[in-house]
Design a protein around this ligand. Structure first.
Ligand SMILES: [Fe+2]
Length: 226
């Protein structure tokens, strides 16, 4: 018996982008304008990446009627609402970072550091719900082929810039085995990749999907970055 993991690998890119901003904010000094600008730029990038990711989940996974009618329906509805609340947090974080660039103060930097750490906590809970509850509901609701089609449709809507952005964070965050899984095709119906030029980067098709044997999990779930 095996199940498809629809979320874990892609979420490694999301987690990496958040961890980067949290770490940068903690290292930031108000006397260093370049550090503040770099932090603000990374925050803008993180928000773009995560907003696009959430939109794709909403439009291609969370709107599946059979999923909504399954036991996972209420959880999906809740997570969809969380996307809205999370985006409000993101807008607040962007405002704070912009204010810091224009007028650096110790108080604003501390507020930004706290907001980013709160945001990370909220996001970790949110991502975990998707990786466990929603993924289980998907596996019980759809066949492997149906899940592959859902993810294929999602992939096709991801714009090149967003793929590149995700790859930037995803590549360093994944294990060698996961990269090989993304680049190879041990199960032809479940893994799709493109290669980025001669560097052979795995250009993420949002579905970097793993078929995980329940008896021997493939992913280490990036515990180091949590
Ligand atoms: Fe989400």
């Amino acid at each position: 018996m095996s199940k498809v993991d629809n979320f874990t690998i892609i979420h490694k890119g999301v987690r990496a982008a958040i961890n980067n901003c949290v770490a940068k904010s903690l290292a930031c000094r108000i006397s260093k304008k370049r550090m503040i600008k770099s932090l603000a730029s990374d925050i803008a990038e993180m928000v773009e990446l995560i907003s696009v990711h959430a939109k794709h989940e909403d439009n291609f996974i969370f709107n599946q009627q059979r999923l909504l009618l399954s036991w996972g329906g209420p959880i999906v509805r809740e997570l969809e609402q969380e996307h809205i609340e999370i985006h409000e947090r993101e807008l607040n974080i962007i405002d704070l970072s912009t204010r810091l660039v224009n007028n650096p103060t110790k108080e604003d930097l501390e507020t930004l550091q706290e907001e980013l750490q709160d945001y990370k906590t909220v996001m970790w809970n949110h991502l975990e719900e998707e990786e466990t509850q929603v993924n289980d509901a998907m596996n019980e609701t759809f066949t492997v082929e149906e899940m592959a089609e859902i993810i294929r449709n999602l992939e096709q809507s991801v714009e090149k810039r967003d793929k590149m952005l995700m790859t930037k964070y995803l590549f360093p965050a994944t294990t060698t085995r996961e990269k090989l899984l993304m680049m190879g095709d041990p199960n032809p119906s479940t893994i799709k990749v493109a290669l980025l030029g001669s560097l052979v980067f795995p250009l993420l098709h949002a579905s970097a999907r793993l078929v995980v044997a329940t008896t021997s999990p493939v992913s280490d779930h990036d515990s180091s970055s949590c």
